[in-house]
Design a protein around this ligand. Structure first.
Ligand SMILES: NC(=O)c1ccc[n+]([C@@H]2O[C@H](COP(=O)([O-])OP(=O)(O)OC[C@H]3O[C@@H](n4cnc5c(N)ncnc54)[C@H](O)[C@@H]3O)[C@@H](O)[C@H]2O)c1
Length: 380
């Protein structure tokens, strides 16, 4: 299967980055927005990113011109007629994405592969709504797409395996590292990340530690690029609640039942960095904790007073989730580590971290803390 021309629909946060990735990798790109004005904004967004790369010496001036020359911006979806692959990055609404694929079915050739960048909608549902279910995949890029190297390539029970191979090769040709997975809520990275983030949200609510202490102790113990509450503020608390809802709906696992205070912060309009306040306040460029929960019980539980308790309580179940994912036969150790390193910026993947901490020690700690854990943990 030969992919030469790629269509990208929706030039917002993700689509602009995805269009840039393909154009920089030598593909002709037809970049589509709803109106000519929005298409112009998309062009400006990509130009800004490319200019920055050029000015910092990361993009040759000649490559800058050539990359822009490979991009066509349009508000006319019929211009996608010649695309070999179309990646949609329109807002996360099922009816919007199915209507788009329905229209593209009538515009594109029968060989054209449709890819969705959805984070949480079932790819199978989108595929089943088209006339080419065997040629629909998920191509889940991470934000910012030009920087983050992970692409989760999602196949459904309907996908032709040759299409999966082509899309994986395409991701590799774009300098990305593909991890191919079945269609399941959260794929690898979000499924693992959000249980841990929700645990941190729950801990913040107990008042046992302040939000900045939780973040600091986790970062010190793991080397993660930031603490969980800072990360939630960055993602957007509303987005976190949405993803948790999708995860909970599919798994019915209480790990994904949204921490009540997290839901209330969203109801209060405290959405994180983008609204100026979430777990932290971002007023006047200063970052200060914005959630304080008074302790209602003063019963001392010695274990919980230990400095290592926060990291054990938040990180060890997170590592156990990775072990469960392996035990579920959803992804290999290597792919799980790759996904968390390249999609979430972890310095080491969960299995590498487990090896360092030693699995029996982690299992003992989980037992002491009163958590259940995967039996596989004792055999790693
Ligand atoms: N933001 C993230 O961090 C992130 C990460 C991974 C995946 N995703 C997924 O990527 C998708 C896009 O998210 P985003 O954050 O870039 O959204 P966004 O709101 O920033 O951008 C969406 C763009 O799509 C355009 N659009 C809407 N309908 C369209 C149509 N019919 N034709 C052409 N353009 C249309 C809008 O004008 C807008 O510019 C979603 O499915 C989201 O779940 C987002």
């Amino acid at each position: 299967m030969d992919i030469r021309t790629v269509g990208v629909v929706g030039l917002g946060t993700m689509g602009a980055g995805i269009a840039e990735v393909f154009a920089r990798s030598g593909f002709d790109v037809v970049a589509v927005e709803v109106t000519a004005e929005l298409a112009d904004q998309g062009r400006a967004r990509i130009d800004k990113s490319l200019s920055k790369a050029r000015d910092r010496g990361r993009l040759d001036p000649a490559d800058y011109d050539a990359t822009l020359g490979r991009l066509t911006f349009t508000a006319n979806r019929a211009d996608l007629a010649g695309a070999d692959l179309v990646v949609e990055a329109v807002p996360e609404r099922l009816e919007l994405k199915t209507a788009l694929f329905d229209e593209l079915d009538g515009i594109c050739g029968t060989h054209t592969v449709f890819a969705t960048n959805t984070s949480s909608l079932p790819v199978t549902r989108l595929a089943a709504a088209t006339k080419r279910p065997d040629r629909v995949v998920g191509m889940h890029f991470f934000n910012p797409a030009p920087v983050m190297r992970l692409v989760e390539v999602v196949h459904t029970v309907l996908t032709d395996s040759a299409v999966v191979d082509t899309v994986r090769e395409l991701a590799t040709a774009c300098g990305k590292t593909p991890v191919a997975v079945r269609d399941r809520a959260g794929f690898v990275a979000n499924a693992l990340l959000f249980g841990y983030l929700n645990d941190a949200a729950r801990m913040a609510e107990t008042g046992r530690r302040s939000v900045d202490e939780i973040d600091r102790l986790v970062v010190e113990a793991t080397g993660f690029p930031m603490g969980p509450l800072t990360l939630m503020d960055l993602i957007g608390l509303d987005v976190c609640v949405e993803v948790l809802k999708v995860m909970f709906d599919e798994t019915r696992d209480r790990r994904y039942a949204t921490a009540p205070l997290l839901t209330r912060l969203v109801l209060a309009g405290h959405l994180g960095r983008k609204s100026g306040r979430g777990y932290y306040s971002y007023a006047d460029g200063n970052v200060t904790p914005a959630v304080e929960v008074p302790r209602l019980n003063n019963i001392a539980v010695p274990d919980r007073e230990q400095p290592g308790w926060v990291a054990e309580t938040l990180v060890y179940p997170h590592l156990d989730d990775a072990v469960r994912m392996l035990d579920d036969n959803y992804a290999s150790r290597e792919d799980i580590d790759t996904a968390m390193r390249l999609g979430c910026g972890y310095p080491r993947g969960p299995f590498a971290l487990l090896d360092e901490l030693r699995p029996p020690k982690v299992a003992d700690a989980l037992e002491r803390l009163g958590y259940s854990y995967s039996p596989l943990l004792r055999y790693l």
